[in-house]
Design a protein around this ligand. Structure first.
Ligand SMILES: Nc1ncnc2c1ncn2[C@@H]1O[C@H](COP(=O)(O)OP(=O)(O)OP(=O)(O)O)[C@@H](O)[C@H]1O
Ligand SMILES: [Mg+2]
Length: 339
């Protein structure tokens, strides 16, 4: 990837917040390159540092160390005035929409245009176009209180697009919405990316959001990038503990199980065993049953990916036969202490 294809480049970004005693290091030496025109996901558990990271991209938060480049321009060395200009190239949307309640949808979208000195009539015309684009052409005069969550987010998206940004930063933009509305908003973001060529950064704690629209994803854990790759790669075989937790919701069912469980194995399907009810056939073949403790599998391109936690029989011979059966079918098996 040549640098001319890079839209956002974070170089050695660290961020600490001063505390009563000492300081809290929230981001640790983050390096990241986001390409022009891609939809890039950043996922992590609550408190991992996602919002801080995205706020470092538009310098709402000043990194303690490191440089931020936008389309080749270093932002971290600009004066406030030049930085304000560059910020026009970055729109942002949030979980809580942040609309002005006393203003109509149209007036909300006009707001950033007026601030940047666009004449009123011109601003209005542009705002109308944008509200049309997000599917709200009929609700120009509605106040936020008269709109649903999904509609409010559409207004916020239109507002973010008003200054014709190169980049749209979305911090948990669908976390307050129900699944159907989420799908609509994600579809809109994808459409905006394709039609306007805007680079989109999606911050979320939900893997389903990433799976729906992102090209690449970075997993952030404890303020560091744990792993990064194409969405497909990360889904197929997360390499880190943080990655496995997010992809497989590992540990989600743990409270229900008390104490360590003997003969417990993690079975990872990597797409080789397409749709075949492999565990079922194994039980028939070996004439013994297994206990499925938890499972999280999904179809990618018609093949099964994901993992199951299973408990194999006590009898050692049967167990070995089962393990051999799975390994022959290119299923990865590892013994785990399930506690
Ligand atoms: N302004 C601040 N001052 C002090 N600490 C902060 C500040 N902003 C964030 N933090 C701390 O930084 C850590 C990361 O916060 P951040 O909001 O970036 O997490 P997040 O990954 O976005 O979490 P969530 O998924 O809950 O939104 C947290 O421990 C938080 O308390
Ligand atoms: Mg956050």
């Amino acid at each position: 990837m040549g640098n001319k294809d890079v839209m956002i480049h974070l170089e050695g970004i660290s961020k600490s917040f001063p505390q009563k005693r000492g300081s809290l290091e929230v981001l640790k030496n983050v390096d990241l390159k986001i390409e022009k025109g891609e939809i890039f996901g950043i996922i992590g558990m609550s408190g991992a540092g996602k919002s801080t990271l995205v706020r470092c991209i538009n310098l709402l938060e000043r990194p303690t160390e490191g440089c931020v480049y936008l389309d080749g321009t270093e932002l971290t060395c600009l004066c406030e005035k030049d930085l304000r200009l560059q910020r026009h190239s970055m729109g942002m949307i949030f979980q809580q929409f942040h609309l002005l309640m006393q203003r109509t949808a149209l007036e909300n979208v006009c707001f950033p245009l007026e601030i940047s000195g666009v004449p009123k009539e011109k601003a209005k015309a542009r705002a109308k176009e944008l509200l049309d684009l997000v599917g709200l052409g009929e609700r120009l005069g509605a106040y936020p209180s008269q709109l649903s969550g999904g509609q409010k987010q559409r207004v916020a998206i239109a507002r973010a697009l008003a200054t014709e940004p190169k980049v749209l930063l979305c911090d948990e933009a669908t976390s307050a919405l129900d699944p159907n509305t989420t799908a609509g908003v994600l579809g809109l973001l994808k459409d905006i990316n394709e039609r306007l060529g805007i680079t989109i950064v999606v911050i979320t704690h939900e893997m389903s959001v990433i799976q729906e629209i992102c090209n690449r994803v970075a997993i952030i854990d404890g303020g560091q990038i744990a792993e990064m790759g194409s969405v497909e790669e990360i889904f197929r075989a997360p390499k880190t503990k943080a990655g496995r937790e997010l992809v497989y919701h590992e540990g989600a069912n743990r409270e229900a199980i008390e104490g360590p469980i003997p003969n417990c194995y993690r079975v990872v399907f990597k797409g080789g065993s397409s749709g075949e009810p492999i565990l079922g056939s194994m039980m028939i073949e070996c004439n013994a049953v297994v206990n499925i403790l938890s499972g999280n599998t999904r179809m990618i391109e018609g093949k099964v990916h994901g993992q199951m936690m299973i408990q194999l029989p006590e009898d050692e011979k049967t167990r070995e036969k089962m393990l051999a059966y799975l390994k022959e079918r290119d299923v990865e098996v590892e013994e785990v202490t399930y506690v």
